[in-house]
Design a binder for this molecule. Sequence first.
Ligand SMILES: NC(=O)C1=CN([C@@H]2O[C@H](COP(=O)(O)OP(=O)(O)OC[C@H]3O[C@@H](n4cnc5c(N)ncnc54)[C@H](OP(=O)(O)O)[C@@H]3O)[C@@H](O)[C@H]2O)C=CC1
Ligand SMILES: CC(C)(CO)C(=O)C(=O)O
Length: 248
Amino acid sequence: MSTTIDGLGTADLVVIATKAFDVERAAHDARPLVGSGTIVQSIQNGLGSADRVAGVLGPERLSVGVVGGFGALLPEPGVAHHNGMELVRFGSYGTLPAAEVARGAEVWSTSGFDVRLFEDIDRMVWEKFIMNVTFSGPASLTGLTIGQILDDPDAWPVARACALEAIAVAQARGVALEVGDPLEHIRHLGGAIGNARPSMLIDVQHRRRCEIDAINGAVVTAAAGTGVPTPVNAAVSSLVRAMERTYL
Ligand SMILES: NC(=O)C1=CN([C@@H]2O[C@H](COP(=O)(O)OP(=O)(O)OC[C@H]3O[C@@H](n4cnc5c(N)ncnc54)[C@H](OP(=O)(O)O)[C@@H]3O)[C@@H](O)[C@H]2O)C=CC1
Ligand SMILES: CC(C)(CO)C(=O)C(=O)O
């Protein structure tokens, strides 16, 4: 285990697992690890991170991942605590060949994770994104868990409106969500982790910068040019940013 990349040479797989606002710096820092056979994997929640990694390291070696059911944190260097090693989904950002994506997947699967490969990374990213949009902003403003939001007569209509805006933007952008009724899907998945606090709420509670721009704020950005109105995500993200400014 090493906490620096000094002397490591190039790697088979480089996983960029920072928060969305740190990916550019991390991609720059990871440059010495990336050789002609390296697979880079960007695994942030929300939208836009892989594009920023591609801007630094190029699109050729890049894959995009979505992780679920981890509830993971780093208590100390080299020690990862997790509440589950559920699923790592990933696919090529664009030009990384399928065989290379499979080689990257093997690094995860031989380490004990379930892996599922996707050809349609927009679908993969947005199927998780609509879940984050529903719960992250509203939980960060209220302090409620996912289950409490689902049950609350005031919070759920706001969370539901965040979800419906994101679903409408996905449709307008031609993203093929394959989850049945998306709102039912969100309610079902949310209900299964009712006691969980979204990671954005945890960041807010620790007075840390949060990923609002990549999540609820990204619905507003992604809606540009589609004609889909996104007033609820705009209001939720403005309030989270204002709250963040009180302690950052
Ligand atoms: N944790 C989870 O279970 C899940 C997380 N995600 C997503 O994964 C992403 C990462 O989340 P999470 O792991 O919780 O985030 P954390 O903030 O817990 O961890 C990010 C780590 O990245 C480190 N880091 C930041 N910049 C650099 C850099 N330039 N070089 C090396 N390391 C760096 C940070 O170090 P330092 O603290 O020293 O700044 C920190 O240890 C987010 O987009 C999140 O939404 C998605 C699903 C589940
Ligand atoms: C649990 C879930 C899906 C909530 O939005 C999440 O990904 C997070 O905590 O960031």
